[in-house]
Design a protein around this ligand. Structure first.
Ligand SMILES: Nc1nc2c(ncn2[C@@H]2O[C@H](COP(=O)(O)OP(=O)(O)O)[C@@H](O)[C@H]2O)c(=O)[nH]1
Ligand SMILES: [Mg+2]
Length: 258
């Protein structure tokens, strides 16, 4: 079967959300004539998430499941999903309804019809918001976003987990996913030219619990320095230079200058 889009849903113990998320994504895509593959990438959950997906697979031919048993982690799971995606265009979305699935057709439109390489659901552009997060999470998230802007200044929310990409931008690139900010890894090392941010309202989950650990801070700092090293020392990419150039020319969306 040929798919227009692969929607990757990373899961770890999401029994309370997974069925509703799969059905919601499928309904939205159908309503917009997008033939989608739903790819659940699970880190060997022990709460019944896997069985729920297997049960749904009996009547959904577009639902695939990867069960991981090594190197657990959100970014690592997203990367596995990308490498195994059945289509060129890929959407990542959390399972807990923090990311509004009804925006998926907008992401798809910008990838498919406007030639963007990456589309990011942004909490930190005009119209974006974060709801129900405690102050500590807000500070951590916004601080991380500011740090990200030092390297990729035109992108306001490089760590958003709600993003879509054309797979060609990671082909042949050595990514070393860690932590929770896979989008930043791709912005720092992938072969993109055009990136767009669209505003989203991020709402903290109502069901199940967050899997965030404080180790994501050290993971992010390691990743940040790795992106810097990759660009400035190893010179395997010149994304930092490119992003700064665009930033200084005053563009809000990133367009190639040639
Ligand atoms: N496969 C996988 N998914 C994960 C892992 N950690 C979190 N997730 C999923 O990633 C998404 C975001 O995680 P969440 O715990 O809600 O983080 P928060 O929104 O930052 O508090 C959810 O769909 C989680 O189930 C992990 O280690 N492996
Ligand atoms: Mg969450």
């Amino acid at each position: 079967m040929r798919f227009d889009l692969t929607v990757i849903i990373p899961t770890y113990n999401e029994k309370e959300n997974i069925e509703r998320m799969i059905v919601t994504v499928d309904t939205i895509c159908r309503a917009h004539n997008i033939t989608e593959e739903i790819l659940v990438v699970d880190d060997n959950s022990d709460d019944g998430t896997i069985q729920t997906v297997k049960d749904l697979q009996s009547h959904m031919t577009n639902l695939n499941l990867i069960i991981r048993t090594k190197n657990p982690g959100l970014s690592q799971s997203l990367y596995d999903g990308m490498l195994n995606a059945g289509s060129e265009l890929i959407q990542c979305i959390d399972c807990d309804f923090s990311h509004p699935p009804e925006k998926i057709p907008q992401f798809y439109h910008f990838l498919k019809h406007e030639g963007f390489d990456m589309v990011i659901g942004s909490r930190y552009v005009a119209g974006g918001a974060v709801i129900h997060w405690p102050v500590s999470r807000r500070v951590l998230s916004y601080g991380a976003a500011l740090l990200g802007r030092l390297l990729i200044p035109p992108v306001k929310d490089s760590g958003s987990g709600f993003f879509a990409l054309n797979k060609k931008i990671i082909a042949g690139t050595k990514l070393t996913p860690r932590g929770f900010r896979m989008g930043f890894e791709i912005l720092g090392k992938g072969k993109w030219l055009k990136v767009k941010e669209i505003p989203i309202t991020f709402i903290d989950r109502e069901r199940g619990s967050s899997k965030m650990k404080m180790s994501i801070i050290t993971d992010y700092l390691t990743q940040w320095f790795h992106v810097l090293y990759f660009n400035l020392i190893k010179k395997e990419s010149n994304n930092i230079f490119y992003a700064w150039k665009i930033f200084l020319t005053g563009e809000t969306d990133i367009y190639p200058k040639h």
